[in-house]
Design a protein around this ligand. Sequence first.
Ligand code: SF4
Length: 68
Amino acid sequence: MKVRIDTDLCAGFGICVGIAPEIFKLHEDGYATVLVDEVPPELEDLVGRAANQCPAQAISLSGDSLTG
Ligand code: SF4
């Protein structure tokens, strides 16, 4: 699974970073960036949760192993 952040939408709430710090990092410019190219299977649930909870809906997921 891959994850992408739309930096036009991201408002830097940092919720994704709080949920999955292995995957997301808050950039000093005020938006989040993705640290990995491919999300490890064991972290897909967390990333899905982060995407659901992002207030700006800036996180998009792709790939064929989406869960939950
Ligand atoms: S939760 Fe959404 S708006 Fe907040 S930093 Fe992450 S991607 Fe950006």
